[in-house]
Design a protein around this ligand. Structure first.
Ligand code: SF4
Length: 181
C-alpha cells in the first residue's frame, strides 16, 4: 500500500513558514513563504504538512487589535499569549491540536516517517525553544506547541522539533538541514 512515488517522509511546519500572509501585522519578512527553508524541504523531497495558524484561528488576522503593530513585538506577543490562554481560545487550540495529532497518528500508523516539526521561535503560539512572556523573549514553548507536545508525550510519540525565525536565516537553514540530515 502507498507503494508509489511518494517519499513517505513528512515535515510538519508552522503555518506562516509557508504563508507569511498569516503572521501578525508588522512581522512578515517574506512576501509569500520562508523561501530559504522551503527550498531545503523541496530538495529533500519531504511532504510538507502545514499546521493551522492558531492565532489566526483564535484571534483573527489582526489578532483582535488593529494597533498591534505599533507595540514592540515582544509586548504585542505577550498580549497575544494572554488572549490565547483565555478558556474559549484554549478550547479552540485543543481542537487544532487534535486535528494535527490525528494526522500524525494516521501517517505513523501507515508507516510514514514524521521527520520533524518546524515551529517559529519567540511566537506566543508556535515557539519551540522560546516564546514571549512578560514583554520578553523567554525560554519555553508557545501555547499551541506546548499542548501539541503534551498530546504527543501522552501517547509516547517522540518527534524532533526545531524553532526558526525569518529574521535569522542562517540559523534557520542550519537547524532545518540538521533536522533533515
Ligand atoms: S508563528 Fe504560529 S501563530 Fe504565529 S503566524 Fe506563524 S503559524 Fe500563526
Amino acid at each position: 500500500m502507498f507503494d508509489d512515488a511518494r517519499s513517505k517522509q513528512l515535515v510538519l511546519v508552522s503555518h506562516c513558514i509557508l504563508n507569511q500572509n498569516a503572521i501578525s501585522d508588522g512581522t512578515a519578512d517574506y512576501p509569500g513563504t520562508f523561501e530559504d527553508v522551503l527550498r531545503i524541504l523541496m530538495d529533500k523531497k519531504v511532504g510538507i504538512l502545514q499546521m493551522p495558524c492558531p492565532e489566526l484561528q483564535c484571534l483573527g488576522l489582526d489578532r483582535g487589535d488593529i494597533a498591534g503593530s505599533q507595540r514592540a513585538v515582544v509586548e504585542e506577543n505577550t498580549r497575544i499569549r494572554q488572549a490565547l490562554l483565555a478558556d474559549n481560545n484554549l478550547e479552540k487550540i485543543d481542537v487544532l491540536v487534535e486535528n494535527v495529532f490525528y494526522q500524525i497518528k494516521e501517517y505513523q500508523k501507515n508507516g510514514f516517517n514524521i521527520v520533524g516539526i518546524i515551529g517559529v521561535d519567540r511566537s506566543p503560539s508556535c515557539g519551540i525553544h522560546t516564546t514571549s512572556e512578560k514583554n520578553m523573549e523567554v525560554e519555553g514553548r508557545g501555547v499551541f506547541m506546548d499542548r501539541l507536545t503534551d498530546a504527543l508525550k501522552k501517547d509516547g510519540i517522540v518527534i524532533k522539533m526545531v524553532g526558526v525565525k525569518t529574521s535569522k536565516v542562517e540559523d534557520a537553514v542550519l537547524q532545518v538541514k540538521a533536522l533533515l540530515a
